[in-house]
Design a protein around this ligand. Sequence first.
Ligand SMILES: NC(=O)c1ccc[n+]([C@@H]2O[C@H](COP(=O)([O-])OP(=O)(O)OC[C@H]3O[C@@H](n4cnc5c(N)ncnc54)[C@H](OP(=O)(O)O)[C@@H]3O)[C@@H](O)[C@H]2O)c1
Length: 326
Amino acid sequence: MAGAFFKQTYFIPKPTLTEENLPDQSGKVHIVTGGYAGIGLELTKILYQKNATIYAAGRSGGKAKKAIEAMKIEFANSTGKIEFLQLDLDDLSTIKRSAEEFLSKESRLDVLVNNAGVMVPPAGSKTKQGYDLQMGVNCIGPFLFTQFLLPILQKTAATAPAGSVRITWASSLAADLSAPKGGVEIDKDGAPKVQKNPELNYGQSKSGNVMFAVEAARRYGKDGIISTAWNPGHLKSELSRTAGLIQSIFIKLLANPPKLGGYTELYAGWSPDITLDNNGAYVIPWGRIGEYNSALAKVIKPEAKGGEGRAERLWDWCERETKKYT
Ligand SMILES: NC(=O)c1ccc[n+]([C@@H]2O[C@H](COP(=O)([O-])OP(=O)(O)OC[C@H]3O[C@@H](n4cnc5c(N)ncnc54)[C@H](OP(=O)(O)O)[C@@H]3O)[C@@H](O)[C@H]2O)c1
């Protein structure tokens, strides 16, 4: 465990895809959930300076407005567009409205970055519909948001350059270090089990994102859509806002600048190293193809290929569970 932590905190090779060599993004449209804070903001800045249209989606309009104004000043020469999109991932009944707002404004979507997330809120925290907050905000909400956006992603992929239309999902080293064995414990219906320890629930939600990435690659690769999961590294951000004092000090002392996490996300969504042939790839700091842990790999393998099919079952459960909000 200490080895895995060390490996992702020190002696990491330099990022290979940055604002220096990312091709111009004029005419491309991207959504970054949580794109006005932490790592998501760093990614948004890179895309905006390369003239992309970006929707920074989240729940805090005022905070987003400030970040957007600052970006417009910092990158005054950009010919891109940056807008806030209201999205509250902890209330499934509002997500359709957010997707519809986007769809009323744009006719293409190149990359959907499911970046927003929460980590270790107070034990027992729940979403508006009563799900464990971390499973709800990190997995079920992004799942539903993605469902609404699939038709526009499919339509964009039909004419965009091969491999350029993508969905990316936020994972973490927590999927290796603080998740139950096999990532997500599910019951016979595919429903994720709520763990007593909020840290296990975080690791479980981040493993859920790996499962979604792999499953979306399997289901929508045929439409030309690439789906990846990324572990951004260990970074300074607001993510540890609910952590205890000792944990916060530890995180702050060891964490890296958030921009490096932005490069991990950039690689997952824009690197030409990822193609339809390695669809479902897992990206590690600061933008390399890595591997998720073997227990997770084992349960993710589809039933049709002799595996347990846990990703498939979690996906199907989410589909049934969110149906009434579609
Ligand atoms: N930082 C790290 O070291 C690290 C390591 C591994 C994985 N990650 C993952 O990377 C992603 C980004 O993390 P970060 O470090 O940038 O965290 P952050 O600074 O806390 O940013 C998280 C973003 O998610 C948004 N968000 C939270 N709850 C939401 C909700 N209910 N609906 C919509 N948006 C919501 C936040 O919005 P508000 O600003 O409005 O609260 C914020 O914009 C997360 O998924 C996290 O799990 C981070």
